[in-house]
Design a protein around this ligand. Structure first.
Ligand code: FES
Length: 123
């Protein structure tokens, strides 16, 4: 049985929206129906969080991830920087699980910066 960390319900993440989990250093995005999770660290300056306020990770139309520090823009599905000072570099993807109970979860061992005690055994 794997230990997981519940992030939120799938229904809470609408198309073209993002949600941050600063306590875990990650954020999630729903783009063209798929959910992607990324480390909240801009490749321009390694540990710089991207959002200027809570959950503000996307441009106005929700089609690109934007770093508030210097304006780098990333594809939500690949994490690749396509405009800005870190052109050609990419965000670090975080593996997630969409459960049949409608949750978005992280699996233990997938994020070294998250306290292992935050994960709970599934039963
Ligand atoms: S730190 Fe993100 S664009 Fe500079």
């Amino acid at each position: 049985m794997k230990a997981t960390l519940q992030l939120c319900a799938q229904s809470e993440l609408l198309e073209g929206c993002a949600r941050g989990f600063p306590e875990h250093g990650i954020f999630i995005v729903r783009h063209t129906g798929q959910v992607y999770a990324w480390r909240d660290a801009c490749p321009h300056y390694g540990d710089t969080p991207l959002a200027w306020r809570r959950d503000a990770y996307l441009n106005v139309d929700g089609t690109r991830i934007v770093c508030a520090a210097h304006g780098a823009q990333f594809e939500p599905d690949t994490g690749l920087c396509i405009i800005g000072p870190c052109l050609g570099q990419a965000l670090i993807r975080v593996p997630i699980v969409l459960t049949d109970k409608g949750q978005i979860e992280l699996e233990s061992g997938t994020q070294p910066n998250i306290d292992p005690d935050a994960f709970q055994e599934n039963h």
